[in-house]
Design a protein around this ligand. Sequence first.
Ligand code: SAH
Length: 327
Amino acid sequence: MDQLLYLLEGNEAEYLRDRAWAVRSRIYGNAVYIRGLIEFTNHCRNNCYYCGIRRGNSHAVRYRLSDEEIMECCHLGYGLGYRTFVLQGGEDPYYTDNRICKLIKSIRDKFPDCAITLSIGEKNRESYQRYFEAGADRYLLRHETADMTHYGKLHPPELSLSNRMECLRNLKEIGYQVGAGFMVGSPGQTARTLYKDLQFLRELDPHMVGIGPFIPQHDTPFGNCAAGKAEMTVTLLAIVRLLLPHVLLPATTALGTIEHQGRERGLLAGANVIMPNLSPKGVRKKYTLYDNKICTGEEAAEGLEGLKKSVEGIGCKIVCDRGDYRL
Ligand code: SAH
């Protein structure tokens, strides 16, 4: 705990980043995997205090993509070289298990060489099982914080850390490649809660860990809170790389949003995944988890050429394959 605090204060930052870079290189070489992110609905039945698409945000302009639009995104992404599609959305009751399974099957049929990742929140075990059987390979469900009191500060009472953890365990048992993770600098976060996050990650041993700074969204209860720091986010990426050497670790859009070249800094500290936005341009601004989200330049799927160059500039290389977890 004292050691973590010492590192979080920015001590030994360069050493930490160099070690993380070396460990990533040993396991994945200089490869950076790309995932096409399709934000297919911003309707949500939940009311998380930090999130701009929370149910209670009456200013959010809601949308859903049709199956055809989603398939069109995949088609476009495939042409650009993407071999993983991430379907992310709010917890939208319109998408029943039948609808989700139908969608997964269509993508599976049309793009058999691609990985399908879901990020659609908490479901019961049977639903997760059905999606898996329909052809989904991976599931992203950040635990958000491993401290129960902190969890209660970020979420309304109907959401619980124990259920979140139960979901993650179920996903893993079913056979998904599973992603957990948390925001950096979320209101109420301390070195102690972060310590618990790291302990939890070590126990869960997920295949992926999503870590990005908290960024306020002006129509949420946390609209006036301070954003997380890029420096600390990068430090935590490096720590997680050292803790879980084989993990797939995205340099997130949120990190790129709070700092110019933020994602490149993440890659330099052990990250090895980037998730460009593959949603139709017209809806990108509506998927406003937080303010000022970058989504039209090199961080977007069609900006791949520019991204390739900037990634090469720091000694990495974008790889166009599924980018599965390596044992
Ligand atoms: N509904 C899905 C997907 C959520 S959006 C789910 O429950 O998993 C994906 C992630 O965005 C969330 O897990 C959260 O960690 C992050 N996020 C939400 N609001 C944010 C904010 N204001 N700043 C930074 N990240 C945010």
